[in-house]
Write a protein that binds this ligand. Structure first.
Ligand SMILES: NC(=O)c1ccc[n+]([C@@H]2O[C@H](COP(=O)([O-])OP(=O)(O)OC[C@H]3O[C@@H](n4cnc5c(N)ncnc54)[C@H](OP(=O)(O)O)[C@@H]3O)[C@@H](O)[C@H]2O)c1
Length: 303
């Protein structure tokens, strides 16, 4: 288990947890101080509305680029890993060097049982990116909201890092002549079923958000923000973020529950989505006086 990777994801998770706890720091200010920069970096889209100078901001619809990068990068990783698993090919030498730098022994055989799990998780991640790209292109209706250039670069790097993390869970050199095991286990089945279930719900939530801006015939008539309702929105303000968390949990299950590095990724997604959900929840409460009181921010009945 590459300890450096676990440490890096834990650090990121901790940073988002800290941001969540400190989110009210200097909330009302509008200057160029460190606290304003902090607010500028933790908020995006509607939760940033009316407060950010347009300096170093890019359109939020550029979220699309994250998924283009992810489909391409993780698609390439998927091809390499498939070749390795099914045809016993080896990875390019630079990947092996990165593995060694991260503490993974390329000849190690203790993780043989994880080859198929890693392949499956990478496939799920790639399919997730394909769906999200399609939703950005054809489902979601974006307004003129913005994100900070730092958030944009972080988002691009995130999808490269997350796929590379999957690849780092298995040895990279397969030329030892040994037949690689393709063992389908019960946890693969549970993980994939949960992934499909969470993905369908996430898609439904994104359709509900898009329909807030459309007529019944599908014509876009507004770019404003209104109160979503129906389906999981009856329980939480950001069910699509909750579904995102479930998707990453389903990948942890597909890994067989015991992959510590991936649980660190799940912690990162939890705190990342919790921060975004709480800011969104507060936005709804502040802007809509009749906002349902029983609705939580991210996790039904919890918070
Ligand atoms: N894994 C990760 O680290 C990570 C990080 C971030 C996001 N994500 C995922 O990416 C997906 C999109 O995230 P997001 O932060 O962009 O979600 P979001 O802010 O809720 O936006 C989703 C879409 O709905 C629109 N929208 C949002 N609230 C609305 C409202 N009240 N009325 C009308 N339209 C509304 C947005 O338009 P606007 O243009 O006005 O915003 C956008 O087109 C989510 O499923 C999330 O889980 C994952």
């Amino acid at each position: 288990m590459p300890a450096a990777l676990s440490a890096a994801w834990s650090l990121l998770a901790g940073a988002f947890l800290a941001a969540l706890l400190l989110r009210d720091w200097a909330r009302g200010s509008r200057g160029v101080s460190v606290s304003d920069l902090f607010q500028d970096l933790i908020r995006y889209g509607k939760t940033k509305r009316g407060r950010a100078p347009r300096l170093l901001q890019v359109p939020k619809r550029w979220f699309t680029h994250f998924y283009v990068v992810s489909v391409l990068w993780n698609g390439i990783l998927l091809i390499w890993l498939s070749r390795a698993v099914f045809f016993r090919g080896s990875f390019p030498s630079w990947i092996q060097q990165v593995h060694q730098a991260l503490g993974r022994d390329s000849q190690s055989e203790d993780a043989d049982s994880e080859h198929f799990s890693a392949l499956l998780v990478l496939l799920l991640l790639w399919l997730h990116s394909c769906r999200r790209l399609a939703e950005c292109l054809w489902t979601s209706v974006f307004s003129n909201g913005v994100i900070h250039i730092v958030q944009y670069c972080f988002g691009l790097a995130y999808y490269v890092a997350v796929g590379s993390t999957v690849l780092c869970q298995v040895p990279t050199n397969f030329t030892n002549g040994k037949q690689l095991p393709v063992q389908i286990s019960w946890y693969h089945f549970i993980g994939v079923v949960m992934y499909i279930w969470a993905s369908l719900h996430q898609h439904k939530c994104l359709v509900i958000l898009a329909n807030l801006r459309k007529t019944k015939s599908g014509q876009v008539v507004s770019l404003s923000h209104s109160v979503p309702s129906g389906h999981w929105f009856e329980r939480v303000s950001c069910p699509h973020y909750f579904a995102e968390l479930l998707i990453y949990v389903s990948m942890a299950i597909t890994f067989g529950f015991h992959n510590v590095t991936w649980w660190c990724v799940v912690m990162y997604v939890l705190f990342n989505q919790a921060l975004a959900a709480v800011l969104c929840h507060e936005f709804y409460q502040e802007n809509f006086s009749s906002y349902p009181k029983h609705r939580k921010a991210l996790i039904p009945f919890v918070f």
